[in-house]
Design a binder for this molecule. Structure first.
Ligand code: HEC
Length: 135
């Protein structure tokens, strides 16, 4: 639609034009709002997953997975077995933090010792809490 045709039948066409424009603006407005909202929505929807994944990411980062899996024994015990053994025990979290840091041998009956691990307190706490939550 060009200006000439608007000029020829101003009544209807200007009205139409306004309608189209306002529709477009509204749609675009919504689109812009939606696009701005998307990252926020995305972040929100990821929050629970992120929290749940933290421990999983950290055990990958610290190479615990070379010797451990959640649901089966590799060299070290399955994390769900570790959880089953200690969950609900008083002081289990602190004890496991200490054991992971210092390394252990003989507690799980295997010939292999768990070597000492160098992990920050913060990460180790997240990891141990995550291990204790495995089922
Ligand atoms: C070289 C192999 C190896 C690596 C790497 C390893 N572990 Fe282990 N882990 C073991 C073995 C073997 C045991 C069982 C030791 C025992 O019988 O006392 C064990 C035991 C454990 C236990 C149970 C301790 C207890 O007191 O019952 C936890 C928890 C654990 N590991 C966490 C970790 C975490 C977290 C990491 C990474 C930061 C890690 N392990 C890396 C081999 C390993």
């Amino acid at each position: 639609m060009n200006r000439a045709s608007v000029a020829r039948a101003p009544g209807i066409q200007v009205f139409d034009l306004l309608l189209i424009c306002s529709n477009k603006t509204t749609k675009k407005g919504y689109a812009v709002k939606l696009v701005r909202l998307l990252p926020a929505l995305f972040a929100l929807s990821c929050l629970p997953a992120l929290a749940a994944d933290d421990g999983a990411k950290l055990i990958a980062k610290y190479n615990c997975l070379g010797c451990h899996a959640v649901d089966h024994k590799i060299v070290g015990p399955a994390y769900k077995d570790v959880a089953a053994r200690y969950r609900g025990q008083k002081g289990a979290e602190a004890m496991l933090m200490q054991e992971v840091r210092a390394g252990t041998k003989g507690k799980w009956g295997g010939p292999v010792a768990m070597p000492p691990q160098q992990i920050s307190d913060t990460d180790l706490k997240v990891i141990v809490q995550w291990i204790l939550a495995q089922k």
